[in-house]
Design a binder for this molecule. Structure first.
Ligand code: URA
Length: 272
């Protein structure tokens, strides 16, 4: 089935309000009660969080905590429930941005061209120190993660963690299906070989094809160069997934706050 990608016009304004802002202070500097931290993070109500703690399901900084009322510092503690990292630091912001075609993947542009900085401007003005995780070239659309979480961003951009990125490409030409194997085995580009982790042809009609390609590296123009190398120049390119985070039908030019499970999956993918 051909996936749905929004063709709507870029949005003009963003809603800055998010659950990630305005964390309750840790006034005494002695941390907050663990059940409260779990409830604030949206894991469960305090009452249910207490049961989870009693059942030995909650880990703080590598140690299972079963005592109620343990104080933790949400800014620094690494908290896991059933082994899965829970984002308890309310100062960290994790967003999905749908970059429109023709926009620069930069926080500002000296030439005044539209850039992702325009889309996050209200948040930056409100004090969030955001940056985008990697880049999409100007003509490429789709999912760009935006965050202030430096460690996560660093790992997501590092090829050694092999986080897969999925692209839909509309190409010129009727794609020869047997080429899928070649793409998976690796194609030599001028800066070294590249291999598709996965590849499938979704649609072939009248001189055009729609293909899906999954790669875990981020060399410049890599998808365009790879498909051109095997004879199919890209006409339109959309990134639909970064790891388990999906673009879905999010409108171009908009931001979406990632859910707890999505952030947990990103952390897991890079071993945090
Ligand atoms: N590959 C490309 O060709 N362009 C992008 O923006 C990302 C990957």
């Amino acid at each position: 089935m051909v996936p749905v990608i929004s063709n709507a016009k870029p949005a003009r304004r963003q809603n800055v309000a998010s659950g990630a802002d305005g964390a309750e202070g840790d006034a005494a500097g002695e941390g907050l009660r663990l059940q409260k931290v779990l409830a604030q993070a949206g894991v469960a109500s305090r009452r249910v969080a207490e049961d989870m703690i009693a059942d030995g399901r909650v880990e703080v900084d590598g140690e299972i905590v079963t005592e109620q009322g343990r104080r933790v510092h949400p800014d620094t503690a690494v908290v896991r429930v059933d082994g899965v990292r829970v984002m308890v630091n309310e100062n960290l912001v994790h967003l999905a941005l749908n970059k429109p075609r023709g926009w620069q993947s930069t926080m500002s542009d000296d030439l005044g061209r539209p850039c992702v900085g325009d889309i996050v401007a209200e948040r930056v003005a409100a004090g969030q120190r955001l940056f985008h995780v990697g880049r999409l070239d100007a003509e490429t659309e789709g999912l760009l993660l935006v965050t202030n979480d430096g460690e996560l961003a660093h790992r997501l951009m590092h090829p050694s963690y092999e986080v897969p990125k999925t692209y839909l490409a509309w190409v010129t030409g009727e794609f020869e299906r047997s080429l899928g194997k070649k793409l998976r085995n690796g194609v030599e580009l001028e800066d070294g070989p590249v291999k598709a982790d996965r590849f499938s042809v979704l649609e072939v009609t009248e001189g055009k094809s729609l293909v899906r390609i999954v790669l875990h590296e981020g060399r410049k123009h890599v998808v365009r160069r790879l498909l051109a190398e095997v004879g199919y120049p890209v006409e339109r390119l959309v990134r639909t997934h970064v790891g388990a985070v999906a673009l879905g039908e999010q409108r171009p030019g908009t931001l979406r706050v990632l859910g707890r499970d999505e952030v947990g999956a990103l952390y897991k993918a890079v071993g945090l």
